[in-house]
Write a protein that binds this ligand. Structure first.
Ligand SMILES: Nc1ncnc2c1ncn2[C@@H]1O[C@H](COP(=O)(O)OP(=O)(O)O)[C@@H](O)[C@H]1O
Ligand SMILES: [Mg+2]
Length: 361
């Protein structure tokens, strides 16, 4: 199938932003508030349109498929006859804890799709679970505790400064200058904020001062390639602001924080450190069973220790984002990057068929 012309459905999520409907839902007992709204708007369309164009240039036949949060959109997905689903979903009806359910459903329908399976999405999204798996594999990650409505599920003997974040969200939702806390009072207040605002357990982690490095990875299982490392330079943030990729830094174009920070290919890394970053990222990618493409977020401490902060299955593919930037630095055009994600996904299914066929003989 590789090289053939494919019908590719670009699957993405949108949801009903009608405030009356949202209020009714809350009344009906939905506990999680959708928090992706703002981010979705900030994304200014593009990634799916860019991918659509790239797929056309590759000679495929792309189409858009929207999941709008209603069961009817799930029903019509069951009739999708695409050769491959290019999965850009991040939530269902604005609830990002349901991202894995969408993928599991696509799986159940027997459709082929790009990117991570439901288990990998689950393990990565629940940052506390990801950190426990990292620890098993000897991958360094900041010591942590979790707290939810007064219950503690796990607690290392951690010391200040700490960062308090929702243990489930991504896109830096709930992460701002107040996230880094220096004493018990600040910590307790921030835990309360996370619970009230996101109804999410709070992940309380040791704050690692250091360089912020992202590793994009392409491939699956043993055949993976680490793309050139990208650094988000946070050093120009105003004095007194914690050096973190807050919501403002990532999305709020009109803020100082956004304007003063930028991502670029990481420079000034000696070979040993570079290798350590790459090996750590690969180990994290494999530990959480990511596949096709993913991005591992790390901190490089001044003493050279590498900490994994989190793993992102199916990272944002807009051409100006870190993943595409890394691919470009490795010599790939954007169209080639999209093509290689398609090929990686298709070859997984092809290989699975070969394995099954071999088993039958
Ligand atoms: N333990 C930590 N030490 C230092 N900085 C951190 C830590 N955890 C998070 N950060 C900062 O906050 C940002 C967002 O945290 P992250 O866990 O990656 O959340 P998200 O899933 O929203 O991207 C990171 O990119 C980093 O700048
Ligand atoms: Mg992150």
């Amino acid at each position: 199938m590789i090289g053939a012309k494919l019908k590719i459905a670009l699957l993405y999520d949108l949801w009903n932003e009608d405030p009356v409907a949202a209020a009714a839902k809350e009344e009906a007992g939905a506990t999680r508030k959708p928090h992706k709204k703002v981010k979705a708007i900030k994304k200014e369309k593009t990634d799916r349109e860019e991918i659509f164009e790239a797929l056309q240039k590759l000679g495929h036949e792309p189409s858009f498929f929207e999941l709008d949060g209603r069961p009817a959109s799930l029903h019509s997905l069951s009739r999708c006859d695409a050769d491959l689903v290019f999965n850009l979903t991040e939530s269902f009806d604005g609830d990002d804890t349901k991202e894995m359910n969408v993928v599991a459903y696509v799986d159940l329908l027997g459709l082929r799709y790009t990117g991570a399976g439901p288990h990998a999405i689950f393990m990565s999204q629940d940052k506390a679970i990801a950190k426990k798996i990292f620890a098993f594999h000897g991958i360094r990650t900041p010591f942590f505790a979790t707290s939810y409505r007064g219950r503690i599920e796990h607690a290392h003997d951690i010391s200040f400064p700490l960062i308090v974040k929702p243990s489930w969200e991504d896109g830096s939702i709930g992460i701002d200058a107040g996230s880094v806390v220096k004493n018990i009072k600040e910590m307790m207040e921030r835990i309360e904020y996370i619970q009230d605002e996101f109804d999410s357990p709070a992940l309380i982690e040791e704050y690692i001062e250091g360089r912020e490095i992202y590793a994009g990875i392409l491939g699956s299982y043993e055949r993976t390639q680490v793309l050139p490392l990208v650094e988000l330079d946070l050093s120009r943030l105003p004095e007194g602001t914690p050096r973190i990729a807050s919501y403002d830094v990532k999305f709020e174009k009109n803020t100082e924080a956004y304007k003063l920070t930028k991502s670029a290919i990481a420079e000034n890394l000696d070979e040993v450190t570079r290798k350590r970053l790459e090996d750590t990222a690969l180990a994290a990618y494999r530990a959480l069973k990511l596949r096709d493409y993913g991005r591992i977020d790390m901190r490089l401490a001044p003493n050279g220790d590498v900490y994994v902060i989190e793993a992102n299955p199916n990272p944002w593919l807009a051409s100006r984002q870190e993943f595409a930037m890394a691919a470009k630095a490795s010599g790939m055009t954007y169209v080639e990057l999209i093509g290689s994600i398609v090929d990686l996904a298709m070859s997984r299914y092809l290989n699975a068929n070969l394995v099954n066929a071999a088993a039958m003989h």
